[in-house]
Ligand binder design. Sequence first.
Ligand SMILES: Cc1cc2nc3c(=O)[nH]c(=O)nc-3n(C[C@H](O)[C@H](O)[C@H](O)COP(=O)(O)OP(=O)(O)OC[C@H]3O[C@@H](n4cnc5c(N)ncnc54)[C@H](O)[C@@H]3O)c2cc1C
Length: 408
Amino acid sequence: MTARSVPASCEVLVVGAGPAGSACAQMLARAGFDAVLCDQHDFPRDKVCGDGLIPDAHRALARLGVLDDVLAHARSARHVGCIAPHGARVEVPARLAVLPRRELDDIVRRSALAAGARWLAPARFDAPLLDAGGRVAGATLRLADGSLHDLRARWTVLATGAAAVPLIAAGVCVRRAPSGFALRGYVRNEAMAARITGLEVVWHRALRSGYGWIFPCGAGMFNVGVGITHGQDQDRGQAARPELNLRELFAAFTRLHAPARELLQGGTQLGALKGAPLRCSLEGARWSRPGLLVAGEAAGSTYLFTGEGIGKALETGMLAAEALVEGGEDAAVRSRYEAALAALKPRFAAYAQANRINEHPWMADLVIWRARRSAHIVGRLAGVLEETHNPGKLVSPRGLARLILPLG
Ligand SMILES: Cc1cc2nc3c(=O)[nH]c(=O)nc-3n(C[C@H](O)[C@H](O)[C@H](O)COP(=O)(O)OP(=O)(O)OC[C@H]3O[C@@H](n4cnc5c(N)ncnc54)[C@H](O)[C@@H]3O)c2cc1C
């Protein structure tokens, strides 16, 4: 894109073309808004992720009208195998799919452009533009040739993911440290394709504070990774655990979990292992300031327990668009959006409570041991994935007591 073809103004500037930003831009464009969607990278681009799509992502993608397209490219699965530290395993049924983010994000982004959003990349958000009253009135963007360009907008949506730098530049960062980190690699091993057909999630003492996963992407390719999350005490505690530790965890995971070991030993690793931060529990940033809404993982929209965030990023992007489409004064738009996020907060709190399983892997032993003997508990686990069952209740003192007591 040349400097001359860069737009000077628009109604809404959406910064970041991950799930949150593209969902927001699509909804705005569909409602007739002049929206510019920009990203620091040209697309398609890679994004460090497990690439797993759980039911909330299916629902959000359906609302955006792209689910069929996504599923046509994705590897679908009907269950996730939950594996306890002592090796017990239970299959939890769910609507699941795996699609590398390079493809997924481009499908959602293209749907925004097809709806009428304008595309600007590479264009990195450098700083907000402020009007005389201090209201955000667009952004200064750094273009590919290094030049700075002011793009005026009535509203700006910041959907820049888990990086702290844009949040700080936008004046909305409350906590610089992320809620956790995760690392993944791709492995090709065609011989294992028939053996690992569902998603696998593994808890183990050696992976304490997190878990390991194997997600089949199709055509003999697997996304293998480990993640760790911290409670709510990041700034006081262990937030700055470096990526180095994750590499050690990854090595431990691929030693202790036989399928992961076999995948790597008999397969070919595609590209380097890559890590990235997670921002969870709708914490760590202000959700808005005059002229600006914060959506997706920038607003902490990833679940602490599972590290799953694609579905909620899509949802919060759509909520931001809905608040803007309804219109009105600045304060009305912001309070509508903040109320919508606040309504999601109890769910995030439940997933934060369930994070106790990651912190105390023996709980996974207990839950999975009981689930193997009870279709009712398997149903509750499926309900956690479908978001019809509160995961916090499973690990509350009462929930644990009920697991220990014989079931009716
Ligand atoms: C290793 C790992 C595994 C994960 N596995 C899963 C999983 O299996 N399933 C799941 O649901 N979730 C998973 N997550 C979480 C998921 O990746 C995030 O929740 C999701 O990507 C958030 O979407 P988003 O649109 O908010 O941000 P992002 O997807 O991060 O998109 C942000 C976009 O903003 C752009 N950007 C950033 N800064 C700037 C800037 N200054 N200017 C312009 N553009 C900018 C970026 O280039 C990017 O395109 C995982 C995360 C990690 C790290």
